[in-house]
Design a protein around this ligand. Structure first.
Ligand code: ZN
Ligand code: FE
Length: 256
């Protein structure tokens, strides 16, 4: 396996990700919450950055760019064409369905708007990983700041259709709080109860709960489970569409 994935904690609860190809030395970074921990990890590993992928325009995902670029000057920066006006200057502007190549490995671009419009996810089959930013998160999903509920629901369905063993590399450590909410929706879900216990144990030792595995999200993340009669019944929305139930669930989480 020439690809090595490293999670880099940044700020108070953000994550950036590094992916290194040991065959070529190429190293990719997803999101730049702050420069210092990323540069420290690169130095610790002896890696030099060649590529940066941006998921969305929020400051906590791009504000470290200048510091990282100053350190490794020859970088390709990739982000959403639709967001080019509010992202740092892009070397490569991409849209839903595009593919491009990192060190011989194909990267698939998915538009996963909802949290913001123009929010992208990057799926790298050779790494078995998808970088989801603030769309699909461990046991949760991003708040709807720019998109509406049907848009986010469609985005989550694209991610849910990836191979179940895919690692979900999302942008924040919100998992313990998300677990409380998930349990309030599905208190009898045995897999969720077991996962919540693992999360509590991990967080007690400050271990990241990200990345997670897509199959675990499918089994326990309520935002991927709004199609279930039991979840609809809990929300008193039996007979309503999945998108309507998703909207109600997201609104309930906003108040939780
Ligand atoms: Zn965000
Ligand atoms: Fe964020």
């Amino acid at each position: 396996m020439p690809l090595t994935l490293v999670t880099v904690p940044c700020l108070s609860d953000n994550y950036a990700f590094l992916l290194n190809d040991s065959d070529t030395g190429a190293t990719l970074l997803v999101d730049i919450p702050e420069a210092e921990p990323i540069i420290a990890m690169l130095q610790q590993r002896g890696w030099s950055l060649t590529d940066i992928l941006i998921t969305h325009h929020h400051h906590d995902h791009i504000q470290g760019l200048a510091g990282v670029v100053a350190h490794d000057a020859y970088l390709r920066v990739t982000g959403a064409a639709a967001d080019a006006h509010r992202l740092p200057p892009l070397s490569r502007a991409v849209s839903d369905g595009d593919t491009f190549v990192f060190s011989g490995h194909t990267i698939h671009v998915l538009d996963v708007s909802g949290h913001t419009l123009g929010h992208l996810a990057y799926y790298i089959p050779d790494a078995g990983a998808v970088f989801t930013g603030d769309s699909l998160m461990a046991l949760g999903c991003g708040r709807l700041f720019e998109g509406d509920a049907p848009t986010m629901w469609a985005s989550l369905q694209k991610l849910a259709a990836l191979p179940p063993e895919t690692l979900v590399c999302s942008g924040h450590e919100y998992t313990a709080k998300n677990a409380e909410f998930a349990l309030s929706v599905e208190p009898d879900n045995a897999e969720l109860i077991a996962r919540a216990a693992r999360i509590a144990a991990d967080r007690a030792e400050w271990h990241p709960t990200v990345p997670s595995v897509l199959s675990d999200e499918l089994a326990t993340n309520p935002f991927l489970r709004v199609y279930l009669p039991k979840v609809k019944e809990t929300l008193s929305l039996t007979g309503h569409s999945d998108a309507e139930v998703f909207a109600a669930l997201r609104a309930r989480k906003d108040r939780f």
